[in-house]
Design a protein around this ligand. Structure first.
Ligand code: GLA
Length: 376
């Protein structure tokens, strides 16, 4: 059967990329985050094939990879197939049924953009395998298994935000996720006369893995020290005032990292209130403070993201702008008056090019559902 004939498949299963509106580098500290799933997605066309093989193909690559469902443990370093292979393995380890199937991947989430293309691939792979085998789809369970695959296959000790948003997002809504309890609330994306604009600085990511794990270790160190005198289970348990009273036992960078986490958690709380009240000026100013904290205290921005956020913040139609995702490259998210969006996009790209020599890319996207399964 033709691998590239969409109509020859039984199901079209997709999961979303995500933008994080606010709550950066707090998910692994038990904080709340506010991502939204996007219309930029990874789609898997899937059909059971009656064999013991999972055959993978991509719409934008000539490569084909075949995985034996009885030996899923054996695959490492299968290039583009790493995420699907890792996700299949985690699904199988969870005791779920896997059947041989053909899968065609089509991804519109730009790679390395900080918009979680990997989460979209992992989550949609598992949802497609579940669909082919007739297993029930529980988006939260899938998100947790996808997170496991990410940790095993990239060496990044990531939090749950990306996979959760990719699986459980909701059209026209952001997801307020409590990463300590996994409770969620959908917050309508009602931004009045404003829109969110996502721009990629197009600087290739590097050292993300090692720096990410280093930040995580620093926050764990801070928690360990603070726990000696406070009854807390995570940094997100502290208010900024409590932190100010207790932080004397912390030093240098460890103190800066912890302060970012505690204050960012507070900004999430304020941002959700601002969104619910329609106070866009407040929301914008929280985005800008978040960026400053990620730049000065958490040190995950870098020259290009700083230049892009600065160019955005300087535009008269912009109420606030910040980096989104892990940092060290990737995208900014800006809150912009709808009437000024076109001039914003143009001017920010020009200013950014002048400052760095990189061409930025602007994405037209909206809040969308997480996992979607359609019969073909
Ligand atoms: C990456 C990780 C997430 C989260 C963000 C930073 O996207 O996968 O778990 O930690 O960085 O907020």
């Amino acid at each position: 059967m033709d691998f590239y004939d969409f109509k020859s498949y039984d199901y079209k299963v997709s999961a979303a990329g995500r933008v994080n509106i606010i709550g950066e580098h707090v998910d692994y500290c038990g904080g709340k985050v506010l991502p939204a799933a996007l219309t930029l997605r990874n789609t898997v066309y899937v059909r059971a094939n009656g064999t013991d093989k999972i055959n993978l193909a991509w719409t934008d690559l000539p490569d084909r990879v075949s995985l034996d469902i009885n030996k899923l443990d054996a695959y490492r370093d299968v290039k583009y197939a790493n995420y699907p292979a890792g996700s299949a393995l985690m699904w199988q380890h969870a005791g779920k049924k896997i059947v041989g199937c053909d899968m065609l991947f089509e991804c519109t989430v730009p790679f390395g953009s900080g918009l979680s293309s990997s989460a979209a691939i992992e989550v949609s792979t598992i949802a497609a395998l579940a669909t082919a085998a007739g297993e029930a789809i529980d988006p939260v369970e899938i998100a947790l298994l996808a997170q496991k695959a990410e940790r095993e296959y990239t060496g990044v000790n990531c939090g749950i935000m990306d996979q959760y948003a990719s699986a459980c997002g909701k059209k026209h809504h952001a997801v307020l996720l409590d990463c300590k309890t996994l409770e969620r609330e959908y917050v309508p994306m009602e931004l009045g006369d404003c829109a969110l604009v996502i721009i990629n600085c197009n600087k290739p990511h590097n050292l993300v893995e090692s720096k990410y794990n280093e930040r995580r270790a620093e926050t764990e160190k801070a928690l360990e020290i603070l726990k000696k005198k406070l009854d807390i289970s995570c940094l997100a348990d502290l208010t900024p005032l409590e932190f100010a009273c207790a932080c004397g036992s912390l030093e240098g960078k460890v103190k800066d990292r912890a302060r970012h986490v505690v204050e960012e958690c507070d900004r999430v709380r304020l941002a959700v209130n601002a969104m619910k009240e329609g106070n866009m000026i407040e929301l914008g100013s929280l985005l800008t403070s978040s960026h400053a904290s990620l730049r000065d205290l958490y040190e995950v921005t870098g020259k290009e993201l700083d230049a892009l956020a600065a160019a955005a913040q300087a535009h008269p139609a912009c109420l606030g702008s910040r980096m989104t995702g892990a940092g060290f490259g990737g995208c900014t998210v800006s809150l912009v008056k709808k009437s000024g969006v076109e001039s914003f996009k143009q001017q920010v790209a020009e200013e950014y090019y002048k400052a760095t020599g990189y061409r930025a890319a602007v994405y037209d996207t909206d809040a969308d559902d997480g996992i979607r399964v359609e019969k073909i």
